[in-house]
Write a protein that binds this ligand. Sequence first.
Ligand code: UT7
Length: 323
Amino acid sequence: MIRSVVKGCGGYLPARIVTNEELAKKVDTSDEWIQQRTGIKQRHIAAEGEFTSHLAIKASERALEHAGIDATDLDLIVLATATPDETFPATATRVQAALGMRNGAAFDVQAVCAGFIYALSVADSLLKSGTASKALVVGAETFSRILDWHDRSTCVLFGDGAGAMVLAAEEGTGASADRGVLANALHSDGRHHDILYVDGGPSSTRTTGFLRMEGREVFKHAVVNMAAVVGEVLDKTGLTSKDIDWLVPHQANKRIIDGTGRKLGLAADRIVLTVDKHANTSAASIPLALDTAVKDGRIKRDDLLLLEGIGGGLAWGASLVRW
Ligand code: UT7
């Protein structure tokens, strides 16, 4: 049986850090409110002229270096973003050119905050089917460009960044049959469009638009859907929550993450939390959290990771990965 085995990961955050206190000087908010309601203390914001592709390229270079794989050996890039450099072509093709990858295909997927789970699932399928042999999966965003900086209910929640993972198709035999991507579960429900969307786009308004969110409504769906989808992905493998070494969730709100952890019966020190430093970086949040815990030595080879996320669409999903 062919498995998509993880070879390495990387992350990149723009240099500029914006604290809650700095935001409180611009909109009617406070460090106390933001920390209490979300767990966020700061976020990174891309510089003028620093695009989603630039963040993605840096994260990808680090992931390839960590994996010890040359870009010329890649034959697939799947990049998750809701903030592409341009309407077309895919931001993934910018990354492809910059890395010097010549073979195979590079394309974007769009599932907002669930984007990394979707991209990982697509890459996993293409690796398992033999369509590709070495894949780079990227989540990269510059949400600062689609925020209404006068809307305190959204502008304090997001940040910019990118994370990447390198996967290789390997014939799993013996112990290695149990490594890599073990299962994925994807869902969407377009009836909930209006609770989280961007009020612009090339076909509707010919503008980029701004993010609009009914936070409380999204919160309710997040709690329910995350509990269901993590159960679903575990059921697919016959594993239980007791087998999980690390929950690596989408980083939107510490309260949502804590709720999922409680439902799984996981101790707080088994949950990778980066929302305090990165805020919500949409498709980049899961690979950034993953990279943080791999590089600081918490996540080790053979650990079982549960990745999950939900966002606009609504779209949500989960993946089980043996590191
Ligand atoms: O990544 C995509 C998925 N997104 C999510 O998962 C986000 C899910 N939602 C959330 O994380 C939370 O709903 C929020 C953090 C967005 C909001 O927290 P909440 O506890 O649901 O607050 P709320 O929206 O119910 O607002 C409570 C109060 C309101 O005032 P009133 O009406 O009670 O007087 C808001 O106007 O907080 C007020 N408020 C703020 N106050 C200070 C809203 N934003 C702010 C702010 N600073 N930035």
